[in-house]
Design a protein around this ligand. Sequence first.
Ligand SMILES: [Zn+2]
Length: 433
Amino acid sequence: MTTETVLRADALLTPAGTIAPAELAFDVTGRISYAGPPRAASTVTHDLAGHALMPGLVNGHTHSAMTLQRGASDDESFMQWLATVQGIEQRLTHDDLIVGLELALVEMIETGTVAFADMYYWDETLIERVRAAGMRVFAALACNGNDNVAFPSVSSMTGAEVLTEVERLAEKYREDPLVRVGFGPHAPYTCTPEFLREVRERALAGDIPIHTHISESAAEVAQIREQYGKTPGDHLASLDFFDADVHAAHCVHITGDEIATFAATGTSVSHNPVSNLKLGNGIAPFPEMIAAGLPLAIGTDSVASNNSLDLFEELKHATILHRGARQDAAAVLGPQTIDIATRGGAAAIGFPDSGALAVGRFADVVAVDLTVTAAAPVPIESLVAHLGYGATGRDVRHVFIGGRHVYADGAHQTLDADAVRARAREARARLVG
Ligand SMILES: [Zn+2]
């Protein structure tokens, strides 16, 4: 008798390299009990011949419910784009948020993502939808200041009230392996120093993480310099903001000094190359962040600035973008970005037990189809290169999260994907017209 679930596949990507052929087993707690060559005595639960097993991908920064705004403002500048999406947000209902979130969950799961860091409107109903889908979320409640109401058609909570709600939800889900709740002060250019100081104090007092945007565009850096005479990172450092557990999105326009501050304080960064390119915001100093040893993740940002949640696309961009910009094929290497999009990202957003196919970690596993044309005739020794440059989210056939089979041979097990897409179309027609 065995209590293990056993997967057999053509290959397995471990932190130490590729094993082929391979077996992965996990126990009833959802943790990996074996990762290595096939064992003669095993009873195979899932024969995944023709597939490679890799750790689930981690999205370091998104606003998932914004899937309803996919393609709503595709060719606008950053500040125009922000005005368009915030205009739509004035009309969002709570049902819209549920549909938008579920559409994102469908897309993330079917493209191999197991965990994501989000900043938006969050409450128990929405968090429970993520738990029901079986995904892991670092949910940061977006807020702009003490008096501003962020989502007026959904909630009358002021920024000050959001902070209290974060404290309540963080306590409620503190022991939940799928959920982390945090503060989401939007950015230094939308939050006053007093508000940021208060967030910092309450984050430290309650041991609650912070997810914020830093230096996404040149315009906001200029604005902060004019207001405070400092770069955004230096401005935040002057508030001792980085004493708290801070996860920063973008950091496109940061200096070497700011990178050193992040390294010294353990501040993590989500690199979001496609969003930065699409909005014309620039290219982040990702190679310098890697060299400085920052805790890093790779993120899509919302689909309103991407337009997809497919992290395979994102990790390919995160590798090749910097090579082209610097005319240096060694600027970022494929295995580095795969590591950041899995193990690194999981640690950066607070799920250190995810991110790697190794004994003791959660079985957050993705099976990628190796029988597709784009995988032929790639030899198994080149599996990492294939996953980094050739594979796409459409090659994902199975997803397990904490051992739960949430996507099986291309079929969702926890979400009614057709119904979600239909409801999303209805909501979109009403919201954008
Ligand atoms: Zn963002």
